[in-house]
Each structure stands twice: as C-alpha cells, then as structure tokens.
Ligand binder design. Structure first.
Ligand code: PEP
Ligand code: MN
Length: 295
C-alpha cells in the first residue's frame, strides 16, 4: 500500500499522532474518559449575576465556568462586554467555586490581558480563521478552545487548529457550535457528524456547544445527550440565573435548575457510552469558599 498523503493540517492529523490528545484543565482533562462540561452565562454582566450563576453551575456539577467579557456582537450597538472589569468578575467566580475559567479573546492586542485572568482562552466562531490571532495564541501557554467558524468545513477547522499547533501550543480543544445552512428553524445547524469526522482525522479533543448551535433553551438538553452519544468529549452550555433578563442570548440559556437536571441525566447516561462524568458528590477536591457548605 502506498503511504497515506499527509493533509494540510499535519500536526493535527491522526497520521502523525495516532493517540488522542488529552488536555489537562486543573483537576480535569478533556480528551480522555472524562466528559467535561463548561457552563455559565453568555456574557459577564455584573458581580451578582456572574457569581450567582457560577455557584449554581458548580453545585450542579459543572467542571469549568464560562462567561464572555469581550463579546463579538453582530451589531455595534449591542452590549459589547465589560472587558477587564468582566475578567475580574470571572477571577472572583474562580475563587468562589474553585473551578477554572474559559473566556473569549477577540483581539491579539488583548491576549496578554485575557491570559492573565483566564485558564482557557476561547476563539469564537467569527474569529476561527483570524490567522494573526491564531498565530499569537499559538505562543501562549494556556489551552485554547477553538470554535468552528460559521462557514468552515472540517478541513478548514482543522487547518485553523494547525496554526495553534504549528506555533507550539499543543493544548487545543475544538468546539462544534453549529454552522450556517439554509435552515432557519434553529439559529445554526448543529453538525454532530463533524464530531465523528474530526475524531477520524484528528487526535484533538472536541466538545459540542448546543446553545449557540440551536439558539433555543428547549433544544439544549436533547442535543447535549446526542453529543454524549456521538462521542464528543464534553459540552459548553449557556446558563443564566435569570435568562429573561440576560443582556445576550437569553433565549438559549438554561435556568440553573434545568442545568442541574441535565447534569443528573448526563451522569446517569455517561457510563453507557464509556464515559465518566464527575458530579459534585464525587469531587472532594473542590474546596468550599466564602463559608458556604454543600449541605
Ligand atoms: C460564545 O461562546 O460566547 C460565542 C459567542 O459563541 P460563538 O463564537 O460560537 O458564536
Ligand atoms: Mn452566547
């Protein structure tokens, strides 16, 4: 048999690296047996909103907190995020909950600032082919969560990941968050097959974001279970303490109670798919902060 030709994403390819990459995130790891759930509001809006939601998702068993301080909004008149003030609130949420923080960086000029607060740097769908940002992030020491671009093929997505690997950052997590199609009944079209296509072609871990994919809170739980079943390594889910008051993406945000129920369902289902999902009860590592107790 002639040797297989290497794709343009050489280092991201399974041909050069047959073993799965496992990205360590504090006490957790994405890409191994663990099913890792990142949850929190679309945007960091205020201390009580961020800290309250962070506490709620932690108590429901989330592993990483999310929240945007730099928001890529379609209209320049929409809420753009609190920038460094928001990053400080995320740092407080980490202190309160003991969980790591993922947040988006939109501009190369902000990488040092965001890296000084975040545990994982997120590249949003709209910046998935911003090659100068990817080159800059390839030199940072923290893991990068790379979202699939709205109109990107799996090959283009893996080429974007290649920019990160080629510059020296091996800690890359991919995120399928839906793509643009002719369909209008959902905000985007969740391409769950891409999880299979990516895993066949690449060793990098891949998580699914059913919130941005569907735009509908009612679709998030079924799509999350489908993501577990198809072999994704985890989820990113939007949760808000009061979705009806959210400054961004309230329609797709789960209430804390809904998220708690979903985590319980996922924990029950995970073993059937060869996955482990550590809920709060199984995590004595989590230190309790601010005098709160688990009982
Ligand atoms: C987000 O996760 O905050 C976000 C803006 O998502 P996306 O880039 O996938 O639209
Ligand atoms: Mn959002």
């Amino acid at each position: 048999m002639p040797p297989k030709k290497l794709p343009p994403y050489k280092q991201a390819s399974r041909l050069t690296h047959p073993e799965n990459t496992v990205v360590k995130l504090g006490n957790h790891a994405v890409g191994g047996p663990e099913f890792v759930v990142m949850a929190g509001p679309c945007s960091v809006e205020a201390d009580p909103q961020m800290l309250g939601t962070a506490w709620d998702v932690r108590m429901a068993g989330a592993h990483i907190i999310r929240g945007g301080a730099f928001k890529p909004r379609s209209s320049p008149y929409s809420f753009q995020g609190l920038a460094e003030e928001g990053l400080k609130m995320l740092a407080k949420a980490r202190e309160l909950t003991g969980l790591g923080v993922v947040t988006e960086v939109m501009d190369s000029a902000d990488v040092d600032l965001v890296e000084s607060y975040a545990d994982i740097l997120q590249v949003g769908a709209r910046n998935s082919q911003n090659f100068s940002l990817l080159k800059r992030l390839s030199r940072c020491r923290k893991p990068v969560l790379l979202k699939r671009g709205l109109m990107n093929t799996v090959e283009e997505f893996l080429c974007s990941a290649e920019y990160l690997l080629a510059g020296g950052n091996e800690n890359v997590i991919l995120c399928e968050r839906g793509i643009r199609t002719f369909e209008t009944s959902t905000r985007n079209t969740l391409d769950l097959s891409s999880v299979l296509a990516i895993k066949e072609r690449s060793h990098l871990p891949v998580i699914v974001d059913p919130s941005h994919a569907s735009g509908k809170a009612g679709y998030v739980a079924p799509l999350s279970k489908a993501a577990l079943a198809v072999g994704a390594d985890g989820l990113m889910i939007e949760v808000h303490c009061a979705p009806e008051l959210a400054l961004c993406d309230g329609d797709e945000s789960l209430k804390p109670e809904e998220f708690k129920n979903l985590m319980e369902e996922l924990a029950g289902l995970a073993p059937a798919f060869g996955r482990e999902i550590s809920t709060l009860a199984g995590r004595p590592d989590l230190k309790l902060a601010a005098g709160r107790t688990d009982s």
